[in-house]
Design a protein around this ligand. Sequence first.
Ligand code: FAD
Length: 280
Amino acid sequence: MQTTELSIEFFPPQTPVGAEKLRVVQTRLAEALDPAFFSVTYGAGGSTRERTFNTVREIAATGAEAAPHLSCVGSSRAELRAILDEYMEAGIRRIVALRGDLPSGAGAGGELRYANELVEFIRAETGNRFLIEVAAYPEWHPQARTPRDDLTNFKRKVDAGATSAITQYFYNLDAYTHFVDEVRALGVTIPIVPGIMPITSFSKLARFSDACGAEIPRWMRRKFEAFGDDADSIRAFGLDVVTELCERLLAAGAPGLHFYSMNQADATIEICRRLGLAKG
Ligand code: FAD
């Protein structure tokens, strides 16, 4: 009997071929894992507005719950209000509320500066219409002045009305358990769901991790590097370490798992199968 709540993240496909592929991926994931929701990322500044909306609508049309991400950077209140209206009309019940990052050189822009202001705005405009997920950073957001500041800023989002949090991915279990202990000590009671990044290619992951401030522990990095171009070994080791991380997270009391699927089904299904969370 499954008690762990699963959720799965997609990015909005750029081409009709990508959209068709995602339909197949979503069907496979829905059949194997029956996740609580599928979330769909949003390009900061509104660059994927239409594609995010279309992807969300397609997922919702299959009967699954779809949760659009929405970022405030680079957008006006009027633009954000119009997007919220569209989602309310489409029957969407959950939003992942973010600040977002504009490409470097694009300036700050927008009328809301931080995610706590977006959460406040969504609550002011729509009351309790939406469940609101926010981002959390067990290894600290790269721009945070100090870990203490980052915790205080995280709490602002909760105080503004967030109902649950999804973390940036990480491979250090202790970072998650310390983060949860620290936010609980501040009186935060909402679920903190760990974000899980399956590892299928190491070089891509290393580049991405450097940019978003997620650490790949030295022992893992050295092993991946030693595999060189041996894709089968990278995949096998990646499945082993991520499954073990998930096992330990669940044993430590994580309320669920949020998979950064990168629009792929195989690794997420295999990890969940090993955890005993897949159907059949
Ligand atoms: P915030 O919570 O606003 O924090 C950003 C920084 O500002 C932090 O350093 C924080 O400490 C500081 N800060 C926060 N509030 C204040 C305040 N009131 N005063 C002073 N400092 C403050 N990006 C996208 O563009 N699209 C996506 O779809 C997307 N999805 C994501 C999903 C998840 C689960 C996660 C973890 C990240 C996602 N991101 C996405 C990336 C995210 O937009 C970036 O990490 C961004 O830099 C921060 O967004 P945030 O919502 O965490 O910002």
